[in-house]
Design a protein around this ligand. Structure first.
Ligand code: ZN
Ligand code: ZN
Length: 231
């Protein structure tokens, strides 16, 4: 884990700096061409990856601020497991600096939703906070939004083993039926746009399962944004 003093860049340790200095952010958060439905990095000119062409995911679009490679895994772990919710503001700003993410946020109208990928109540109790919900709140702090944000509309009803320990097929099985929309609140989603927020996207299994539950509840458009996408 990269430790740093408050006034040093967490990557290059230059100071005085914000959590990540402008130099490191420009160097490690370069915009790149990605699959429009799963955010996988692609060679320039391609619109969708092979997996999404063969089996279109239940997401209308998916965007990532960075690729899950040095220095991001250590910084995101610091955020998630190091009990350091202050990182949420840094990552929210990176998301807002990603043009496609900013456009998706601006497309949300009154009555639309900004939702975090929920944790199960057991996981929430152990960790103490939902990193995706902290991101949603930090995004909200960076400017007035017409849309509503809610951590209790989409629920995680299955406490699954951490995805990072599983292979792709097992991940898809693992999250099947893990998400539901609060049955009493289904009408609030009908015909609405939803922007789903998460920290890291690996196979996409969780985001796809959550998007599926939102679609079944009547959401018209479901888009996902994540800080980092694996390669
Ligand atoms: Zn730096
Ligand atoms: Zn794809």
């Amino acid at each position: 884990m990269l430790k740093n003093l408050a006034s040093q860049c967490a990557v290059c340790h230059s100071w005085p700096a914000r959590r990540i200095c402008t130099h490191c952010e420009a160097r490690f958060a370069k915009p790149m061409s990605r699959c429009r439905t799963c955010a996988l990095a692609l060679v320039t000119g391609l619109d969708q990856c092979g997996a999404c062409v063969r089996q279109p995911p239940p997401l209308d679009a998916c965007f990532a601020a960075v690729t899950y490679a040095y220095p991001w895994p250590a910084l995101i772990a610091d955020y998630k497991f190091g009990q350091d919710p202050a990182w949420a503001g840094v990552f929210a700003k990176m998301l807002l600096n990603t043009p496609e993410v900013a456009d998706s946020l601006n497309a949300l109208q009154r009555g639309d939703w900004l939702l975090p990928i929920p944790l199960s109540s057991a996981r929430l109790e152990t960790r103490g906070f939902n990193q995706a919900w902290e991101l949603v709140k930090a995004i909200g702090n960076h400017g007035a939004r017409l849309s509503q944000a809610d951590a209790r509309l989409l629920l995680r009803i299955k406490n699954t083993p951490p995805q990072s320990q599983l292979k792709r097929e097992a991940r898809l099985r693992n999250v099947k039926g893990a998400f539901v929309v609060d049955p009493l609140r289904v009408p609030e989603l009908k015909g609405r746009r939803v922007l789903l927020v998460d920290d890291v996207m690996t196979s996409g299994a969780s985001l796809f399962a959550a998007a599926q539950a939102l679609r079944e509840a009547g959401a018209a458009v479901v888009t996902a944004v994540v800080i980092a996408r694996t390669e």
